[in-house]
Ligand binder design. Structure first.
Ligand code: DCP
Ligand code: MG
Ligand code: MN
Length: 338
């Protein structure tokens, strides 16, 4: 039996093992005995680990794990969230689960809990489930929020926010990020990166969140507030917006970025998410660390590569310069699709 051994659910590597098992079964079906065996041995080896194995360099140290399978283990560990969603999409039994997971802010655990409690439709949820304010908004505007936003409309939402900010201070800069900046013809939401020359997180928070949001709410442009985080490092405001010419509610993210961090933030909020993972991985392989605030060197790591210190800032402001220091040829946003 290829599924032998202990219950993998309790294993920290169960999700990686599950995918490796599917691969070994695939090679078995195409009669590639050598690879089938290699995968089975690697799986057996991984099952004995009490720690989660993420990086190739750690995986390759395990008995019966060669370089190729070690690379696969890393790839699976780093991309598993996405794969899990892809797999769920393929499963026709999970229709209800999928529908629930498309409600704003609802993840797999909340959705499966509702399925288990017997709910099958959005109406069921509205009628009898205990819902948070955001879940209520997500359900009431469910259809709107599934729609793609045409490029021209994304631009229009950006212009409304830009005009409002420039009335407060002509120095504000608003960049439309996300899939729009990558050149997409339509987007899932509107991502606006907001900064001002010299501004720090605190001043942006006061002016942009404190003044802009109420102003756009009373103008009828911002129609729902969903999530807000204010940190020393920058703030985010997630909600919904609507053009005066339309009844359709759109998801909008206002991302407040200190001037000194604009380059790193542009990389992060331009994505795509897979590109971000791979450029961060590359930075870490070169002994650096890239996050949405900057590129750092001399990051101290403890056991299991856990970060101990932030290290020394190499570059935060300039997007192109970050590529240069990393030794990667400049990739225009349209080419950051992985
Ligand atoms: N991002 C990321 N990792 C995540 C979520 C987001 O790196 N888990 C970054 C990359 C994304 C950017 O933030 O490009 C904006 O996130 P969105 O969820 O808005 O994604 P996109 O704008 O890329 O696509 P969409 O058109 O679906 O909004
Ligand atoms: Mg987006
Ligand atoms: Mn977004």
């Amino acid at each position: 039996d290829k599924h032998d051994g202990a219950n993998t659910d309790a294993n920290p590597n169960s999700e990686t093992i599950e995918i490796l098992q599917q691969m070994s079964e695939f090679y078995d079906r195409i009669r590639d005995q050598w690879r089938t065996l290699a995968y089975r041995k690697a799986i057996a080896s991984l099952k004995k680990q009490s720690q989660r194995v993420i990086f190739q360099e750690d995986a390759v140290k395990l008995p019966f794990v060669g370089h190729r399978i070690a690379a696969k283990i890393e790839e699976i560990a780093l991309t598993r969230g996405l794969r899990r969603l892809d797999n769920a999409k393929l499963d026709p039994h999970d229709q209800v689960l999928q529908m629930f997971m498309k409600i704003y802010g609802v993840g797999i655990s909340q959705a499966s809990q509702w399925v288990q409690q017997g709910y099958r439709t959005l109406k069921d949820l509205e009628k009898s489930a205990k819902l948070s304010t955001n879940q209520k908004i997500g359900i009431a505007h469910y259809d709107d929020l599934q729609l793609r936003i045409p490029r021209a409309e994304v631009e229009h939402h950006g212009a409304v926010v830009r005009d409002a900010l420039r009335q407060m201070d002509p120095e504000f800069q608003v960049t439309v990020g996300g899939s729009y900046r990558r050149g997409a013809l339509s987007s899932g939401d509107v991502d606006l990166i907001i900064t001002r020359p010299g501004a720090d997180a605190r001043s942006l928070n006061i002016s942009a969140i404190g003044t802009l949001v109420p102003k756009l709410e009373s103008a009828g442009f911002l129609v729902a507030a969903l999530a807000k985080t204010s940190k020393d490092t920058g703030s985010k405001w997630h909600g919904c917006s609507k053009l005066p010419t339309s009844d359709v509610w759109r998801r909008i993210d206002l991302l407040l970025v200190p001037w000194d961090e604009m380059g790193a933030a542009l990389i992060y909020f331009t994505g795509n998410d897979i590109f971000n993972r791979s450029i961060r991985l590359l930075a870490s392989k070169k002994g650096m660390r890239l996050n949405q605030r900057g590129l750092f060197k001399d990051v101290m790591r403890g056991p299991g590569r856990v970060k101990v210190t932030d290290g020394i800032l190499l570059e935060g402001r300039n997007e192109k310069r970050i590529f240069e220091i990393l030794g990667v040829p400049w990739r225009p946003p349209e080419h950051r699709i992985c």
